[in-house]
Ligand binder design. Structure first.
Ligand SMILES: Cc1ncc(COP(=O)(O)O)c(C=O)c1O
Length: 392
C-alpha cells in the first residue's frame, strides 16, 4: 500500500524543519562544532529545580487544572504587570501550556478557518508557516529587511492586509534576526491594527533577552489590548527548554476557546514543571539577569568578530542569534553552510531555513560559551580565507 497517499494533504504539504535537515547532516560527521541550536547552554536555575524536586517528593504528581495551577497563573499575571505593565486575569485570561509551541498551535487553531489569510514575518521562526497550513489557512509573508533593522514597518503591514486577513503572527525580539520593536515602532502600527480589526499573535518568548531598549509588548496599548494574543514561556529566559512550559495571555473569549482545545489535546501542562516555574517567577530575577548579561557579552563578541572578518553583521537588539550577511562570498546561504561544515566542521543554519527573505544570511546562535564561540569563529575565518584563495 502507498502509505504516503493515506496522509492528510496538510501533513504532506508541511516540510521538515530546515534546521533539523541541516543538523542531520552535521550529526553524521565527527567533531562538529555547532552554532545551530536555539537552546540556552545554562542549566535551569537551582531554585527552580529544587522546587520541582520537592513537589515530586511531596507526591504532587497529578494533573493540575486545565489552565494550570492557579498559583502559577497568579505569578504569571504579577510578572507581566511588574515587567511590562499589562494586567491579565489569572482566572479567565491565562492558560499554562506545553511550551510556547503549544500556545502558538492553540492560538492559530482557535482563530483560523480554512481559506483565512494569516500574515507571518519572513525570515521568521520555522514553526509558524506549518501552523498556518495545519489550520487550513493561507500564509502571507511580509519580507523584513536589514535596512529597516528587520522591523515591521507600517507601510509593509498596510500592504499585506487584505479583506481575507484574519491573523498576524509576530515575534520580537526575533528568531532568527534578533530584530526588535520599540514602543515608538509599535505606536505606528497600532492604528492600522485597530482599524483593520486583525488579531495579532505576539510571540514574546525572547522578551527577557532585550539588550538595547526595554521590551515592549503590543498588548500594552490599551486600544488594541484585546486584539492581541501573547505567547510566552520559560524555555529561553529561565533556561527550561526540556521542561516544556509556556503560557498564553488573551481576552476571556479567546482564552476560553483556546482552553477548550488545550483541554482535549493536552489536559494540563507538566505538574512538576509548573511548581518549579512558580519559584522561578518569584525568586529568579537575578539568575535571568545574569544569563542576559552573559548573552549580551557574547553578542558583542560575535558582531565585532564577524564584521572584522568581512561578513557584515547587523547588531541584534535581542534574542540569542546573530544574522551575518554572507552575500560578499558569492555563495548562497545553503552553499555557505554546507561548505563551512565540510571545510571546517562548523554548523550554522542557512537563513533560508526561516523563509525566502533569509537568502544571503546565516543564523548563528550564541547560546554557546564564549570559548566555543571563539574556536568556532576562528574556524569560520579560516574557511573564508580558504574561499578567497580558491577564487584567486
Ligand atoms: C520564536 C520562538 N517561538 C517559540 C519557540 C518555542 O519555544 P518553547 O520551548 O517554549 O516551545 C521557539 C523555540 O526555539 C522560538 O524560537
Amino acid at each position: 500500500m502507498d502509505y504516503e497517499k493515506k496522509l492528510s494533504t496538510a501533513a504532506q504539504t508541511i516540510k521538515p524543519s530546515g534546521i533539523r535537515k541541516f543538523f542531520d547532516l552535521a550529526n553524521q560527521m565527527e567533531g562538529v562544532i555547532s552554532l545551530g541550536v536555539g537552546e540556552p547552554d545554562f542549566a535551569t536555575p537551582w531554585k527552580i529545580r529544587e522546587a520541582a524536586i520537592y513537589s515530586i517528593e511531596k507526591g504532587r504528581t497529578f494533573y493540575t487544572a486545565n489552565r494550570g495551577l492557579l498559583e502559577l497563573r497568579q505569578e504569571i499575571s504579577n510578572y507581566y504587570y511588574r515587567r511590562f505593565g499589562v494586567h491579565y486575569d489569572p482566572e479567565n485570561e491565562i492558560i499554562v501550556t506545553v511550551g510556547g509551541s503549544e500556545g502558538i498551535d492553540i492560538a492559530v487553531r482557535a482563530l483560523m478557518n480554512p481559506g483565512d489569510e494569516m500574515i507571518i514575518l519572513d525570515p521568521g521562526y520555522v514553526a509558524y508557516e506549518p501552523s498556518v497550513i495545519l489550520s487550513g489557512g493561507v500564509p502571507v509573508r511580509i519580507h523584513l529587511e536589514e535596512k529597516d533593522e528587520f522591523k515591521l514597518t507600517p507601510e509593509k503591514l498596510k500592504a499585506a492586509i487584505t479583506p481575507k486577513t484574519k491573523v498576524m503572527l509576530i515575534n520580537f525580539p526575533s528568531n532568527p534576526t534578533g530584530g526588535a520593536m520599540t514602543r515608538e515602532d509599535y505606536e505606528k502600527l497600532v492604528p492600522i491594527i485597530k482599524e483593520s480589526g486583525i488579531i495579532v499573535i505576539s510571540d514574546e518568548i525572547y522578551a527577557e533577552l532585550s539588550y538595547e531598549e526595554p521590551f515592549c509588548t503590543l498588548a500594552s496599548f490599551p486600544e488594541i489590548r484585546d486584539q492581541i494574543i501573547v505567547i510566552n514561556g520559560f524555555s529561553k529566559a529561565y533556561a527550561m527548554t526540556g521542561w516544556r512550559l509556556g503560557y498564553v495571555l488573551a481576552n476571556p473569549v479567546f482564552s476560553k476557546a483556546m482552553c477548550k482545545i488545550h483541554q482535549y489535546i493536552i489536559m494540563s501542562a507538566p505538574t512538576g514543571a509548573q511548581y518549579g516555574a512558580i519559584d522561578g517567577l518569584r525568586h529568579c530575577d537575578k539568575e535571568v539577569e545574569e544569563m542576559r548579561a552573559s548573552y549580551l557579552s557574547r553578542r558583542n563578541f560575535l558582531v565585532k568578530t564577524f564584521n572584522d572578518m568581512g561578513l557584515h553583521t547587523f547588531n541584534p537588539m535581542g534574542a540569542f542569534y546573530v544574522f551575518p550577511c554572507i552575500r560578499s562570498t558569492g555563495l548562497t546561504s545553503e552553499e555557505f553552510c554546507e561548505e563551512l561544515l565540510n571545510d571546517q566542521k562548523v554548523a550554522c543554519v542557512p537563513g533560508t531555513a526561516f523563509g525566502d527573505a533569509g537568502e544571503g544570511f546565516i543564523r548563528v546562535s550564541y547560546a554557546y560559551s564564549l570559548e566555543e564561540l571563539k574556536i568556532a569563529t576562528e574556524k569560520i575565518k579560516l574557511f573564508l580565507d580558504n574561499l578567497k584563495n580558491r577564487s584567486h
